[in-house]
Design a protein around this ligand. Sequence first.
Ligand SMILES: Cc1cc2nc3c(=O)[nH]c(=O)nc-3n(C[C@H](O)[C@H](O)[C@H](O)COP(=O)(O)OP(=O)(O)OC[C@H]3O[C@@H](n4cnc5c(N)ncnc54)[C@H](O)[C@@H]3O)c2cc1C
Length: 381
Amino acid sequence: MDFSLTDEQKIMVDMLSTFSKNELLPNYNKADKEQKFPYEQWKKMAEIGMTGINIPEEYGGQDADSLTTGLVMEELSKGDFNCAGALLIEVLIVDVLKRCANDTIKSEWLPAVADGSKVLALVITEPGCGTDAGAIQCRAVKKGDKYILNGEKSSASLIMAADATVVFAKTDPKAGAKGITGFLVPMDLPGITRRAYEDLGMRGVVRGSVFLDDVEIPEEYIIGSEGGAFKELMQTFDFSRMLLGLMCLGAARITIEETIQYAKERNAFGQPISKFEGVAFPIAEHYSINEAMRRLAYYSLWLRDQGLPHGKEGSMCKWMCPQYSVRAIHDCLILHGHYGYTNEFPIEQRLRDVIGIEIGDGTPQAAKIVISRGLFGRGFF
Ligand SMILES: Cc1cc2nc3c(=O)[nH]c(=O)nc-3n(C[C@H](O)[C@H](O)[C@H](O)COP(=O)(O)OP(=O)(O)OC[C@H]3O[C@@H](n4cnc5c(N)ncnc54)[C@H](O)[C@@H]3O)c2cc1C
């Protein structure tokens, strides 16, 4: 077993660690306060090649493997969880487009994502269903060489900043999950409106609803095959779940490290509070858990890079990493006393932000359904 990173990965991690500290962290609360997409930071991320991290070189990207992409997520989230979250969504959509879109779509959109000039969203969720994604109602009806889309999609991250969004719609309502098709929908088409949400956290990820009213999509804007969205597009979610896990672990890790420093500097009863077991032990526990989960996430990404099955592992990352990261950040907030509760420290925002990932891309229950199916076999769960 070899747990070491390659020289290129080590250089990337070092560079991003400095970038996160100097460029992202000082502005972390800006997008949160303004509830706006962090355009300035996004531009800087594009300049160092991050917005094209998993885009093939021929389209202007870096074509990084899964593990390297995970390391990028982990480092960026230490500086700005929203910037990492926005990148995660682009990585997910790029993976979908790479595998399932035709050359016209790829050459039109991938270079623009790589250079940071365009932002894409992806939406499956609707007002009536999220976990039960097969129950979506949004309709796409074929008319000549176009599809006419109607429906309401909800909870779309980045939708308020998006130039286009991948929409899941029913082309054959009688076929259940096998009647769902993915479309790339440019947001400037007639018949599209959007509504922004006011969220607890991840406010820079500008979530919202999108309403489709007789929106005409050319048939070449289908992603994958008609009726194939569940089978073809959703494979990418195994990947995004591991990346989300590492994002949460990165936010927890930097918070734990900040808390170690704080506990050495803050005195009570004539000594640094680090000398109290009540302070040191929770930090020791959270650091241990964080380290164990990082190994799980790296291993899961490694499985993907080897072309080995990784669905169960992705879901293990999805429920555990956000939940234990929330617990770690919460405990670190308490260890900062009343200061932790103010926005003078980034901890309260990290707590609000990371909670979003307990739900986004599937709840813990949804993840445990996937794991249970893997463990018991489909006939037994
Ligand atoms: C920050 C954030 C970002 C998001 N970004 C996106 C996005 O970009 N695109 C997008 O399409 N969606 C997005 N979502 C939506 C997210 O994927 C859904 O919220 C999630 O899948 C859950 O769906 P729901 O909210 O409809 O809850 P429901 O499916 O209604 O579930 C409600 C509760 O019931 C539980 N439950 C449901 N079914 C079962 C079951 N079979 N067994 C046990 N428990 C069950 C759930 O776990 C949950 O606790 C985002 C959500 C958040 C919070």
